[in-house]
Design a protein around this ligand. Structure first.
Ligand code: HEM
Length: 294
């Protein structure tokens, strides 16, 4: 479990001295032993641990991340996120928020300053640990295929061998709606945000990286489309079996992803997700029945 106290105490001297946001703190998570380069930024702290050689010979393709965000409205409230390329648009966004004692996460993608859609690339997030309390929530996670990204013809990368990363952060005190399902949650605009240069130093890389990464065994998926009701299911009203109220549907085939299915059928990704509340796009299971028209 992340010790908020340790993290905040570690950050205090920097905050007290009024140093710039891009100062690097070394933070060790006691439970897992993972050592991070961490950057206090506004209402959150983001940290990274990287595989050996990432600062010299080979750009990393993955990292172990630490995200600790404040909950000013109390236990289990708010959301926060980081942009792995700095700006909100056309960079891989990682959003995290507390929900029912867990911290749920979602990869997102924006092309303008509106609610970002689900990222359809092959980034993968597995958790090592998470914690929530009255003032903060925190998650430590392995992020694979997270340091290069592409969607809708745009691409970008966060090259670790340059010795620093341009990172962005966003924070909101209001909780998402539809929070149980990370691929279908909704939020309004964050209340604070910023961009900073995260300097990487020798503490970011460690020969223990592989052993640490192996601890990331938890896929924390939330409960998309899961109903706890024991009432008999209502009779489908449409001709398409399995998708109630749906006039036209599509069964997912190998190699297909939400964005592709949407564009193949003249829909935006948002429209497709609107037609299919709770649809999990990342990963999209082969054989899933997707509604295209109601
Ligand atoms: C409904 C949802 C959202 C809306 C309407 C929105 C809108 C905006 C706007 C208007 C700005 C510019 C602010 C300024 O320059 O004063 C901004 C910046 C930013 N947003 Fe969002 N945002 C949303 C969600 C997100 C999410 C989920 C993230 C996840 C990380 C994010 C990350 C950022 C970052 C890092 C910046 C600062 C860098 C930049 O200006 O590009 N935003 N957002």
């Amino acid at each position: 479990m992340v010790s908020f106290k340790t993290l905040i105490v570690a950050a205090l001297p920097l905050l007290g001295l009024g140093l710039a946001q891009d100062e690097t703190v070394t933070y060790t998570d006691k439970a897992s032993g993972v050592v991070f380069n961490a950057w206090p930024a506004g209402d959150l702290t983001f940290g990274m641990a990287l595989p050996p050689n990432s600062l010299t010979t080979a750009n990393a393709t993955e990292f172990i991340g630490l995200l600790t965000c404040t909950s000013p409205k109390g236990l289990g409230t708010g959301w926060c996120g980081v942009s792995l390329g700095g700006g909100m648009n056309e960079n891989l966004l990682v959003v995290a928020y507390p929900s029912a004692g867990q911290v749920l996460t979602s990869f997102r993608w924006a092309t303008d300053y509106t609610f970002p859609t689900v990222y359809t690339g092959n980034a993968k997030l597995t958790q090592i640990s998470s914690a929530t309390n009255a003032t903060h929530y925190s998650v430590i996670f392995r992020c694979q295929n997270c340091l290069a990204w592409s969607q809708g013809g745009s691409q970008g990368a966060a090259p670790t061998s340059e010795g620093y990363l341009v990172l962005g952060w966003a924070h909101a005190t209001a909780s998402p709606s539809n929070a149980a399902c990370p691929s279908a949650f909704r939020v309004g605009q964050h209340e604070s945000q910023g961009i900073f240069a995260g300097q990487l130093n020798a503490a970011a890389v460690n020969p223990s990286y592989t052993a640490w990464a192996a601890k990331a065994t938890a896929t924390v998926a939330g409960s998309c489309g899961v109903t706890t009701s024991v009432a008999p299911a209502p009779k489908p009203t449409s001709q398409v079996p399995g998708v109630a109220g749906c006039a036209k549907s599509w069964t997912v085939r190998a190699g297909e992803y939400c964005y592709l299915i949407a564009t193949n059928n003249g829909l935006s990704l948002d429209q497709l997700l609107g037609l299919n509340p709770g649809l999990v796009c990342n990963p999209l299971q082969i054989g899933t029945l997707v509604c295209l028209q109601r």
